[in-house]
Write a protein that binds this ligand. Structure first.
Ligand SMILES: [Ca+2]
Ligand SMILES: [Ca+2]
Ligand SMILES: [Ca+2]
Length: 275
């Protein structure tokens, strides 16, 4: 036994050398994560989408990222139309450019509290409600401020919001939207303008829960708060339920006082459940 110990030690040393020698070089490309943690929401919900960056050793001075929603019939990026300055070549050789006003669809986004909070330019645009292009340039006016994202800095890059439609029929079987970061059309740039392809994309999913007639505030229980909201909608011009038919608890295709009576009867007197 004692004669075997030195032999085992040598094997251990050889194994250590092999492991050390086989370690790959440190990856230098950034990783991109989408935080859509396979969540379930009700119709009409606003869904925060967080894009994370794990920076594996580059200085990052710009990015262009492409996100897509798989189900434009269920969810969208809501955009505000804005007039901005665009540029085009003024001659065939494009030796100079001219500025002109152009209309763009800007998706509300936030860089507050993120790695890009003080960048000169960060914007989210859509060209068809289900796709999103995120663009950021750290120093748009060449005054060398602010600094790029330094190597080995990890955190949230930008936050955007998706919006689930109200009028999703309960009969719809497939109720899941995949949110995907597309490799094509997504890259970072270092301060010299060298493109850096991000790796390790992740995608998330948003599943829309079925609704229940009478649960007008979509909190999964039918109680006095739904009755208060029904009164507000039916008699005080309050904002409609989402989806609209949640208030028609007796399923006669209109919302009126009979729905209120029906819902009170169900909630407090053991009456028939909503249709
Ligand atoms: Ca600047
Ligand atoms: Ca409720
Ligand atoms: Ca009704």
């Amino acid at each position: 036994m004692f004669r075997r110990l030195p032999c085992l030690m040598w094997i251990g040393v050889v194994v250590l050398i092999v492991i050390h020698g086989a370690q790959p070089a440190r990856a230098q490309t950034p990783k991109l994560y989408l935080d859509v943690a396979d969540t379930s929401v009700s119709p009409g919900a606003v869904v925060p989408l967080t894009v994370y960056l794990q920076n594996m050793g580059d200085s990052i001075a710009g990015f262009q990222l492409s996100l897509t929603l798989s189900r434009p019939d269920i969810m969208e990026f809501t955009a505000d139309t804005m007039v901005q300055t665009c540029y085009k070549c003024s001659n065939a050789a494009c030796t100079s450019v001219v500025a002109y006003p152009c209309t763009v669809a800007v998706v509300p986004s936030s860089s507050a509290g993120t790695l890009t909070y003080n960048w000169d330019y960060v914007q989210a645009r859509t060209y068809g409600t289900f796709d999103l292009q995120l663009t950021g340039i750290v120093d748009n006016n060449f005054d060398r401020l602010p600094l790029p994202i330094l190597p080995y800095t990890n955190g949230v890059l930008i936050k955007v919001i998706g919006h689930v439609f109200c009028d999703i029929p309960d009969t719809l079987q497939d109720r899941t939207v995949f949110v995907t970061a597309n490799i094509v059309g997504s890259y970072f740039s270092d301060p010299k303008g060298t493109l850096i392809q991000p790796t390790d994309f992740t995608s998330g999913s948003v599943t829309i829960t079925p609704t229940t007639r009478g649960d007008i505030n979509s909190d999964i229980v039918v109680d006095v708060f739904d009755i208060v909201q029904l009164i507000d909608i039916a008699f005080s011009g309050g904002p409609p339920a989402c989806p609209n038919n949640l208030t028609d608890v007796n399923c006669d295709l209109v919302t009126d006082v009979f729905d209120l009576i029906y819902l009170i009867d169900y909630a407090f007197s053991g009456g028939q459940p909503p249709c």
